[in-house]
Design a binder for this molecule. Structure first.
Ligand code: ADP
Length: 329
C-alpha cells in the first residue's frame, strides 16, 4: 500500500532524509519511531505529497506521490504535526467544509460527519468555535478531518505531541480502535517507544535521516540485542566454566557482576544470536550432578536497543522519551 524507495531530501548539503526504503502492506499499522530531528516529518511530508523529494520514489496505493498528488491526497488521511485548522469555524462547520473539499458525496456527508465526530468524541463540542478548544480537542478535530473521507491510508505525524498522559491515552485508544477494525493502513510517528509499542507491532526506526531498523519488538531484540543468560550453580568456578564453554552456541562465559550465594558460582553467558542454550545447560549440569539454582534470560531491553540505534547525540532524547512513555503508560 505504501512503497518507498531510496527516498531522499537534502537541504543544502545536509540530508534530512537519506535513501529511506520501506514497504507497508494493506491493513498494516507501523510506528515510525525516532528522536526529534530524525527526519520523520520530512519523510511524512514527502509521502503525503506536500514536499518534493531530492531523489528516490514513493507511491501510495500504486499512485506516485510526486506525480499523482491529487489521487494520493484523496486516499490518504493526514494529520500533520501542527494541525492547520480554520479557527473561526465551529467544529461541525469545519468538518462540513472539509467533507465537501475532499469530495465526500453529498448524500453521505451527514452520516460521515456524525460518524467521525462520535468516533473522535467531538459530538458534544460540535457547536464550539475551534479557536476556543484546548489543544487536545483541536487535535481530535484534526483527526476527525483526517478520517472524514474514509481514507484507505492514515498518516499521523506525532499525533500525541504536547498531550498530557490522559489525552495521550485517549488518542492512542482512538488509533487502537481503527487498528482493531483492520481496514485502514496506518503509519504514525512518535519519539516515544512505549507509545509506538502500545499500538503497533511493527517499528520503523529512523535516526539522522536513515532507517536504522524495521521489524517487531522481538525481531529488534533478537537482531540488535545481546543474547545473554545468567546462571547460578553449586559448583566450583573452574568446572562450571569449563562445562559452559563446552556447550555449542555459547560464545562467552564471564563472571557475573552480582555475587553468588556462598558455595556457588554465578556466570553471565552470551550465546549466538537466535540460540537459547538453557535446555542444553540444564542437561549438562544435571548429568554431572551439579545443582542449578537459577538459569534465566538477560535479554537487552528494547529501550536500550532503541537508545543504541539512535546513538550519540540523540541518546539522551531517546532515554527521556522512553521514560516519558513509561510515565504515561
Ligand atoms: P522529526 O520530524 O523526526 O523531528 P524533521 O523531519 O522535522 O525531524 O527534521 C529532520 C532534519 O531536517 C532536522 O535536522 C531538521 O532541522 C532538518 N530540516 C527540516 N526541515 C528543514 C528545512 N526546511 N530547511 C532546513 N533543514 C530542515
Amino acid at each position: 500500500m505504501i512503497d518507498v524507495q531510496d527516498l531522499t531530501k537534502e537541504y543544502g548539503n545536509v540530508a534530512a532524509v537519506s535513501k529511506a526504503t520501506f514497504r507497508i502492506g494493506a491493513g498494516e499499522i507501523v510506528g515510525f519511531l525516532g528522536p526529534n530531528g530524525a527526519g520523520k516529518s520530512t519523510t511524512i511530508r514527502m509521502l503525503t505529497g506536500y514536499l518534493p523529494a531530492t531523489s528516490g520514489a514513493a507511491s501510495i496505493d500504486g499512485f506516485d506521490v510526486f506525480r499523482k498528488g491529487n489521487e494520493v491526497r484523496a486516499r490518504v488521511g493526514y494529520l500533520p504535526e501542527n494541525v492547520p485548522l480554520y479557527s473561526d469555524l465551529r467544529v461541525i462547520e469545519f468538518l462540513r467544509f472539509r467533507a465537501q473539499q475532499k469530495l465526500v458525496p453529498a448524500s453521505e456527508r451527514r452520516a460521515r460527519i456524525d460518524y467521525v465526530m462520535s468516533r473522535c468524541a467531538l459530538t458534544e463540542r460540535q457547536r464550539s468555535v475551534i479557536a476556543t478548544l484546548s489543544r487536545g480537542f483541536r487535535q481530535r478535530v484534526g483527526f476527525a478531518d483526517a478520517l472524514i473521507a474514509n481514507p484507505k491510508v492514515l498518516i499521523l505525524d506525532e499525533p500525541t505531541s504536547g498531550f498530557d498522559p490522559l489525552q495521550r491515552r485517549e488518542m492512542l485508544d482512538l488509533i487502537h480502535g481503527l487498528v482493531a477494525e483492520g481496514k485502514t493502513t496506518i503509519l504514525f510517528s512518535s519519539h516515544i517507544l512505549s507509545e509506538v509499542q502500545a499500538v503497533s507491532k511493527r517499528l520503523l526506526v529512523i535516526a539522522k535521516g536513515k532507517i536504522v531498523a524495521d521489524g517487531g519488538s522481538e525481531d529488534l531484540i533478537r537482531k540488535f540485542g545481546e543474547n545473554q543468560y545468567h546462571i547460578e550453580a553449586l559448583a566450583g568456578e573452574a568446572p562450571a566454566r569449563e562445562l559452559l564453554e563446552s556447550i555449542p552456541g555459547i560464545v562467552q562465559v564471564a563472571k557475573a557482576a552480582e555475587a553468588p550465594a556462598p558455595g556457588g558460582v554465578r556466570y553471565t553467558i552470551t550465546a549466538k544470536h537466535g540460540d537459547d542454550p538453557r535446555d542444553a545447560i540444564s542437561e549438562a549440569f544435571m548429568k554431572r550432578g551439579i545443582r542449578v539454582r537459577e538459569l534465566a534470560s538477560d535479554r537487552t531491553p528494547l529501550e536500550t536497543i532503541f537508545a543504541r540505534l539512535v546513538s550519540g547525540a540523540e541518546l539522551e532524547t531517546a532515554a527521556v522519551a522512553a521514560t516519558e512513555g513509561v510515565a504515561a503508560a
